[in-house]
Design a protein around this ligand. Structure first.
Ligand code: URA
Length: 234
């Protein structure tokens, strides 16, 4: 971590002030004055400011991001595609996504540096329901709706019950809201494929009782205390 960020995260100064302190010779690394604000603090380095040893406080951060299509949900991509990390690059803490969305899916992605919560929510036993809005090709008949609601074969796995409603049916496509309680890879796309409809657009609009609301694509906001509490308790 860069020295100025390290100092800022210890809570004693802003990054700018940290740079000033460094240039003034008030910062030591392992007992030796360090005047380079860009110094990369290594594990085990002892950082002193004005003669006092400091340590960064690891603040827990909880973010709701509205992921646009065309971003990959991981820290890096071997094909050099844009990643969701680029959309939260102004957050100092090292946060990571809870779960994932396909490259071509938009909508709610939660990110945090709270390993306990991320671990808990990722566990199949604690799967929290997720709501998607899909635009699909063709018509959704009553029979298809029944199948989607009661379980379809998505390649060796029969999906559990889901809440599915047709919001709008046009001649060539339909808008469908679907709430699922499990999170198999590309599940929604596979469920529609199983009944013969192609997903044209897919957006995750809610995770449990957390709603995307008016959060714009590419933007993020911090979760409220109430929302954090909700996730911890569900
Ligand atoms: N289901 C999908 O098919 N894709 C997603 O990104 C999320 C759920």
């Amino acid at each position: 971590m860069r020295l100025n960020k390290y100092i800022a995260q210890s809570g004693i100064a802003s990054r700018r002030k940290a740079d000033e302190l460094t240039l003034q010779g008030k910062v030591k690394i392992n007992g030796i004055v360090m005047k380079e604000p860009g110094y990369d603090v290594a594990d085990g380095d002892i950082v002193e400011v004005n003669g006092k040893i400091i340590k960064p406080i690891s603040r827990k951060v909880y973010i709701m991001l509205n992921k646009p299509k065309g971003f990959i949900t991981s820290a890096e991509d071997e094909r050099n595609r844009p990643t969701v990390m680029e959309l939260v690059s102004d957050i100092d803490e090292r946060i990571y996504p809870i779960g994932r969305l396909d490259f071509n899916t938009s909508g709610m992605l939660l990110m945090t540096n709270d390993g306990d919560l991320a671990y808990k929510l990722a566990h199949p036993k604690n799967q929290i329901y997720k709501t998607y809005r899909a635009r699909v090709s063709g018509q959704i008949s009553a029979e298809k709706l029944y199948k989607l609601r009661n379980g379809v074969d998505i390649g060796g796995y029969i999906t559990s019950k889901a809440i599915v409603d047709v919001v709008k049916q046009s001649k060539r496509s339909a808008i469908v809201e679907i709430k699922i309680y499990e999170g198999k890879n590309r599940q929604v796309r596979k469920m529609f494929a199983a009944v013969g409809n192609k997903v044209l657009d897919l957006e995750r609009i809610a995770i449990g009782e957390l709603y995307l609301g008016h959060l714009k694509q590419g933007h993020y906001r911090k979760l409220t205390q109430k929302e954090i509490q909700y996730l911890k308790e569900c």
